[in-house]
Ligand binder design. Structure first.
Ligand SMILES: Nc1ncnc2c1ncn2[C@@H]1O[C@H](COP(=O)(O)OP(=O)(O)OP(=O)(O)O)[C@@H](O)[C@H]1O
Ligand SMILES: [Mg+2]
Length: 379
């Protein structure tokens, strides 16, 4: 290892010691909800909490791995001892070994005094290795030793030291695939996942959406001291159909924005995939354009997509849709009139590319014609 390089890289920011207070936790009924997969996670967590068995938490980003890791610590007999979190990818490769295991005075240029690493700080407590898949093979080997008998040496030291720390790891990537590719040690993998707790993506636990949403509404209404507003049924339905790529973190961020801004329409538009990206119309660079006309067309396009989505979510009831969108029934009809609504039996379809009021029929006329009992468009 080149000492000069280490010195240089040492000046790069290393996150301050993450031996921190554990903070508030959501109530258990919020954390686990009532889906079967979370029930399984809860059972596993409760069975292993009192032991020192290493636990691996797996799941997509934002599914609550850290929340569960903290809960595991709090539920163990180590709860009063240290909780040390290491965000593995946040520490430069050349520094991770000394950050984890500490170093002796003179171990490298700039090591003016000895320093304890995070492993030592976690003695009698829990060491949380977040995003463990990013660790170098050499560091994995040293951690494997720690997992086997609790022993390690500081960088630049010869003395074997021992600690007693519960290792909790988290991964949002597939570690098994990494072992096959050779970037993750199989023996280390086998050690850290004595018990694996899988956290399902939010899209697979839609039954838990109401309790999670209510929880975040309550938390942020208190935090920002605003009167809390429950979500309408229309938004609740949109939430159930949303894909939630960012999982619970995304839900939390959306609700925070909703509480701060208080605009349910804005929240709804975030839950409708596509319109924002598609709001930008194609621009013909060969001819002069009217910005005003382009903007108007884009707004109309976005508005109609939102309306169609809300219509669908409200069982094609125009009355409910108008109410939900906080516009008058007449205004909704007017908007539908001015837009390109194509009708297929029982279904209304918006086509931005078609000329307005194609086939000579206005939307309201079509809506009126749709009042037969077979039609899903109820008012
Ligand atoms: N079950 C839950 N109940 C309440 N809040 C939750 C729950 N799961 C996650 N959260 C909240 O969602 C956010 C993301 O959770 P967390 O940091 O635990 O996810 P993660 O799986 O570790 O994500 P990443 O892989 O991106 O690190 C946090 O603000 C957390 O408070
Ligand atoms: Mg995390």
């Amino acid at each position: 290892m080149c000492p000069g390089r280490v010195l240089l890289e040492r000046s790069a920011k290393v996150p301050s010691n993450e031996c921190v207070a554990i903070g508030d936790m959501p109530p258990l009924e919020v954390i686990f909800g009532r889906t079967q997969r979370m029930e399984l996670a809860r059972t596993k967590l409760e069975r292993v909490a009192a032991t020192a068995i290493p636990v691996l938490l797996q799941g997509e980003s934002g599914t609550g791995k850290e929340i569960l890791a903290r809960l595991l610590h709090l539920r163990s007999d180590r709860a009063k001892a240290a909780w040390v979190k290491v965000t593995c990818p946040a520490i430069p490769h050349s520094l991770i070994e000394s950050e984890l295991f500490g170093y002796e005075k003179g171990a490298f240029t700039g090591a003016y005094s000895r320093k304890r690493g995070r492993v030592e700080l976690a003695h009698r407590g829990s060491l949380f290795l977040d995003e463990v898949g990013s660790l170098d093979l050499s560091v994995q080997a040293k951690l494997l030793q720690l997992l086997q008998d609790g022993s390690f040496t500081r960088v630049g030291g010869h003395e074997t030291r021992r600690i007693d720390a519960r290792i909790i790891s988290a991964a949002n990537c597939n570690l098994r695939t990494q072992t096959e590719a050779g970037s993750f040690r199989l023996d280390f993998f086998a050690r850290i996942n004595s018990v694996t707790i899988d956290l399902p993506p939010l899209r697979d636990r839609v039954a838990d959406l109401p309790v999670l949403a209510d929880y975040f509404i309550d938390v942020y209404s208190r935090q920002y001291r605003v009167k809390s507003k429950p979500l309408s049924r229309g938004v609740a339905r949109l939430m159930q159909r949303f894909d939630w790529p960012g999982n619970i973190r995304q839900l939390e961020n959306m609700i925070r924005g909703y509480i701060l801004i208080g605009d349910e329409e804005a929240l709804a538009s975030e839950l409708i995939p596509g319109p924002v990206q598609e709001a930008c119309p194609e621009i013909d660079l060969a001819n002069p354009i009217s910005l005003k006309e382009l903007t108007r067309a884009a707004t109309r396009n976005l508005e109609m997509r939102v309306i169609m989505e809300v219509l669908q979510a409200n069982g094609w009831s125009r009355l409910k849709t108008a109410k939900w969108l906080n516009i008058s029934y007449r205004s909704l009809l007017y908007k539908l009139d001015g837009a390109n609504i194509l009708r297929r039996p029982g279904v209304y379809r918006y086509s931005p590319s078609a000329p307005p009021n194609k086939e000579g029929a206005t939307a309201s006329a079509m809506c009126n014609a749709a009042s037969s009992p077979t039609d899903r468009y109820d008012a």
